[in-house]
Design a protein around this ligand. Sequence first.
Ligand code: ISE
Length: 334
Amino acid sequence: MTLRIGMIGPGGMGQAHIHRIHSVIAGGRVVAVADLNADNAAKVAELIDGRAFTSSAELIASPEVDAVMICSYGPAHEVDVIAAIEAGKYVFCEKPLAPTADACVRIMEAEQRAGKRLVTVGFMRRFDPSYQEMKQLLDAGEIGEALMVHNAHRNPTVPEMYTWDMAINDTAIHEIDTMRWLLGEEFTRVRVDKPKRTSHRFPHLQDPLVLILETTSGVRVDDEVFVNCQYGYDIQCELVGETGVVRLGDQELVQRADLKGRRNRLTMDHNQRFGTAFVREVQEWITAVSEDRHTGSSSWDGYAAAVVCDAGVQALEVDGWVPVEMLPKPEFYA
Ligand code: ISE
């Protein structure tokens, strides 16, 4: 059986997912798209030989759609995620689940009322082979207890519409989720260090910045976020344990050696760097949904990331630590 997927917001990210689903991923097909921009909906629908909707509610309700993928702008997610839950359909929602913790709470409430875990949040790094190996080594006790993690998240540049808070809730949100998953702990407080700013772009941004986070057991995580670094999409992570260190390898690409030296091409965006992770993430979701089971990050993970982001955004405006205040985790998400 082929899972018939309806996609809301088939922009750049959505079209990259469509390409993966129709070329290398098995078991699913995007049969309908919804976009407020009727021209884009029609254009993408024609490419996939599917149906175009301008109303996401109609796409969700369509009997031709078994499951929903949401790749629209973050503030639009809540309404569509809740509509999919109420229609009893599994929903894959790109990060962020919703831009505020309150909106994520409303989603968790709707899901608990439905009595079934239906929501998967698109935190793809959990599916990256190198982060997975790092986690396996940590969980197997190979480097003792985790003490610190040093991250860097560098983008070559960002568009003009990228607002000052997005360094945390659009960019660092990836490390926030990945570190919660890697360490298996929640964060208790956050701080933002604000170094000298790059002269390269956008005076409205604090760029770079360093987000510092502390977990319940006291692990210290730092995350350099530098979104106008010019040279490439550069993701780094070094986990320091009591008896050893694990570091992500450099990129997903081959390394070349010649008279100019030893080097590798740089990836320029997340689709290149996390191509494998995206394929594994979406494949796992399609397989699980076809078997009527939930997989991947839950609404709770979306909520937890949003709470930490809210504290991080506050910390951008003040000096010193901001506490992370999370609701107790409902049994439903245990
Ligand atoms: C973007 O939304 C992403 O999700 C990318 O992975 C991240 O690197 C970038 O900073 C974000 O704007």
